[in-house]
Design a protein around this ligand. Sequence first.
Ligand code: PMP
Ligand code: GLN
Length: 389
Amino acid sequence: MLRSKLPDTGTTIFSVMSALAAEHNSVNLSQGFPDFPVDPVLTELVYKASKEGHNQYAPMAGVNSLRDGISELVNKIYGVRKDPEKEITITSGATEALFAAVSAVVDRGDEVILFDPSYDSYEPAVLLSGGIPVRIPLTFPEYGLDREKIISSINSKTRLIILNSPNNPTGAVLSGDDFKFIRKVILENDLYLLSDEVYEHIIFDGMKHYSVLSDDELFRRSFVVSSFGKTFHITGWKVGYCIAPEELTTEFRKIHQFLTFSTSTPFQYALSEYIRESKRVPDLKGFYEKRRDYFRVLVESLGAGRENGFKLFPCGGTYFQLLDYSALSDENDLVFAKRLTVEFGIASIPVSVFYKNNTDNKVLRFCFAKEYSTLDKAAECLGNFLRNS
Ligand code: PMP
Ligand code: GLN
């Protein structure tokens, strides 16, 4: 029998829950993707790029004009210049960038600090490089950094920290003080930082996103990953990018070139023209804050007059809202999420899947990147559950 390299890894929860939602015709607030249409300008641009003949391999590091466009956007947003030639690589989604960055710096026996919970692709990437994931629990229920635990876990084998803010699945946002703390830890211990900033533009209540891009010294030891999937509502295009200093980018590209070689050409041309024309990213803050508030009000109104109901966690960023159902059921969160999907027609993600040991705090994640009518339907389903519980 083949010895598995990832014996403890099953099929990702996003596939599992989306398939279950489709099977039962449920409202799908599980896997994170928008259900509203893409800007038709973008779809036209893909067609145009393909019609104009951009159908063969793109340059390995990415189409030049797209890398230039990213450099300009970064300059506009964070006030720094990143070299499109030497520091920016286009990848097949942020997922590929995360994998290539981990592969570039993690060697057999190296320890990698991951938070518990964390996004599900980090740990398998570390394991496949022979690294040792060291899970540091986030505080509960705040989902904040435990500084003492981070400091005490660092030793001569520690190589990399993987950070994600705004955070999937928790919706928590790194504070300025926490950013300074991580910066100090990385620089004082000569570690590397992989900063997953795919939700950099989806941040609420006037909060600031502390990007590693805006800190020159920290950037020298960092990979910064982002994704057009989140920014332009095109998760299925799978176009992301990694920005890293030249030394790290050189190693990163050695891996990228043999993972995928390059990313889909017409999509890259479409995005480069789109960025060139608009010269900005859309106002995702206002756009998603309205949806967050809409969903929260719906959930709150379900609980009106009830002592026991779904409890809302704060959501400072991302398009995920966490709900605590501990007052409603003792069921394990995976069992409960599946039952809600099958019996009440609403799919979510059980948060335990993001923990090393499947810690079950009875919390579900709901994606609110949806039409208001979808959110209405979702609330109706949750209401039906409450009436029956
Ligand atoms: N990192 C995080 C935190 C994510 O939530 C996602 C996807 N939702 C990714 C990476 C992967 O992004 P992509 O779809 O561009 O591969
Ligand atoms: N990142 C998305 C989420 O958190 C899903 C990505 C995927 O399906 N691989 O839901």
